[in-house]
Design a binder for this molecule. Structure first.
Ligand code: ZN
Length: 179
């Protein structure tokens, strides 16, 4: 996994950029939660579920199908939350899938089972630039943990910050032009 700190930054940034297209804050927060959810599969380690199995870490919960199921839930729950169903489903799909996409950029563990449960093949992108995060909080609070945070800051934090700032500046300039 990339660490739990940085996964939510993707929907947060995306939501900010799209905030004028029916993506209110409550949907952004739901998206941030969805971006963390796939890593609940680490619970499987406690139950001796093998890492490389369908229900193992980075398996089904990191798949395109799982993102689709979350999107379907979002679609049907949207009206109750006064959200637009299609926008909600799309946003949740992207937020959930972004988790696996970031994991596929990490340099350790097994790859991501994007096609699970159809295929248990694990995938990485050709650019494995993000330092893989150790599993478990105790391992995370270590020198290696700091290295992971630095790497995630560079490869996830900075691009998100750049996109958010550019959007903010663009909006400011546009609104001053209208004044
Ligand atoms: Zn993960």
């Amino acid at each position: 996994m990339a660490s739990i700190l940085f996964h939510p930054l993707v929907p947060l940034t995306l939501g900010y950029v799209a905030s004028r297209c029916d993506v209110p804050w409550r949907l952004i927060i739901i998206g941030m939660v969805c971006a963390i959810l796939p890593d609940l599969d680490v619970i499987g380690f406690a139950f001796q579920i093998p890492y490389d199995s369908t229900f193992g870490h980075r398996g089904l919960s990191h798949s395109i199908l799982f993102a689709g199921i979350m999107a379907a839930f979002g679609f049907f729950a949207a009206r109750a939350l006064q959200l637009k169903p299609t926008t909600t489903a799309l946003f949740i799909f992207i937020a959930t899938l972004s988790h696996g996409l970031l994991d596929a950029l990490t340099n350790g563990g097994l790859g991501v089972g994007f096609l699970s449960p159809l295929s248990n093949e694990r995938y990485f992108f050709p650019w494995q630039v993000i330092e893989v995060s150790p599993i478990g909080i105790r391992n995370f609070l270590s020198v290696r943990g700091l290295k992971v945070i630095a790497s995630e800051f560079i490869w996830i934090g900075l691009p998100c910050l750049f996109i958010a700032l550019s959007t903010f500046i663009y909006r400011q300039t546009k609104s001053t032009q209208h004044d």
